[in-house]
Design a protein around this ligand. Sequence first.
Ligand SMILES: Cc1ncc(COP(=O)(O)O)c(C=O)c1O
Length: 439
Amino acid sequence: MPTIEMTTELPGPRARAIIERKERVVCDPLDLHVNTVIDHGAGATVTDVDGNTLIDFSSGLGCLLVGHAHPKVVEAVQRQAARFSHTDFTVIPYEVYVTLAERLVALVGGDRKVALFNSGAEGVENAIKFAKAATGRHAVVCFEGAFHGRTLLTMTLTSRHHPYKRGFGPFAPEVYRVPFSYPYRSMDPERSGRDALEALRRAFTTVVDPQDVAAVIFEPVQGEGGFVVPAPDFLPGVQALCAEFGILTIADEIQSGCGRTGRFLASEHFGLDPDIVILAKALGSGYPLSAVVGRSEIMDAPGPSAIGGTYVGNPVACAAAIAVLDVIEEEGLVERAEVVGKAIRSRWEDIANEVPEIGEVRGLGSMVGVEMVRDRGTKDPDGDIVGRLMREAMSRGVITVSCGMYHNVLRHLVPLVITDEQLDEALDVLADSVLAARG
Ligand SMILES: Cc1ncc(COP(=O)(O)O)c(C=O)c1O
């Protein structure tokens, strides 16, 4: 029995009416990426307000690793919401915050402490505050292709100008950007890690005094930047260089963490031991939550009340996150990420034999990206074909998202509770869609 059931064109009449109302009262920058409106979700599927059922390869931009409305998460949220939904943890503390912190310390390992926030960007902002307080330094180094959020500091750390930064300057001071290892787009893919590391080393002479640098922040696998997996020697080299100069490493695992790459942290693939790890997205399963998990002496460095916020570590979000961590463990979703990722990769590798616009299929675990180009020789990026592919897939019942500096990478953010049958069905749709997108 197929999962996908399309009973109307998209958007159907009910969705169209809601979207028209949205256009009148919701600001235009919140433009829609899919042309329907959800009624409910279950596991890897979304059913829209017109009764169409689609397979969701977007996972709420990576949040729904355990799927839509996982019964254990729903139960935990309902139970917590019925008891109390807010106090401000520093006014009246509660156990779920402490339990979640214990779980995260155990998962990340080492002598660490935790602070919880609402969004990924808020987690990044605070990770930098901890790093500055602990080192007494003011500068931050980040990478080309990075995405760290949309607040002033995190927008400054984010690489791409359009659409994220244009018109919003001046930006936060003392942020320095250097190249990231991007083997597919390196002059010499074999040297990608060494060259990018050399650029960082050079920047410490020509761009910023390393004695002023509090932290280097990186995504172990770049998300928005194109699901870019750096050369294996790059991040270990960055970590060693930082250690030389007393600079802290911050791993932004907001998109890559919680098991999506086949390890709880993507950092583990590279043998890293970051001073600070930031988690969000999948951790709260859509309930606003981020976690900064850092070495105890770093996390204890700011003074009393220097860190916090009215809503941070909301008890309902904490309860959801504890349930998410239980589900990840009980259902073996970290291991499942490898299986799902292998199926996605091997399908796209087959498709690549027929579709010359596929430049590279890459990724770690289930975090797989397909980079599309006009020409495999010149690697001229082709964002248009990705746009057409996504529209085709949507009309056939699979919701996808793209990424990449040129919007030319199809990213897979599959709920890891997806069944093998649903995965096959969705990949069949993507195979048909890419052929249709070629015209
Ligand atoms: C790696 C990374 N860092 C930070 C963020 C910002 O998170 P939020 O949108 O929750 O502020 C994102 C969001 O996509 C992300 O992927």
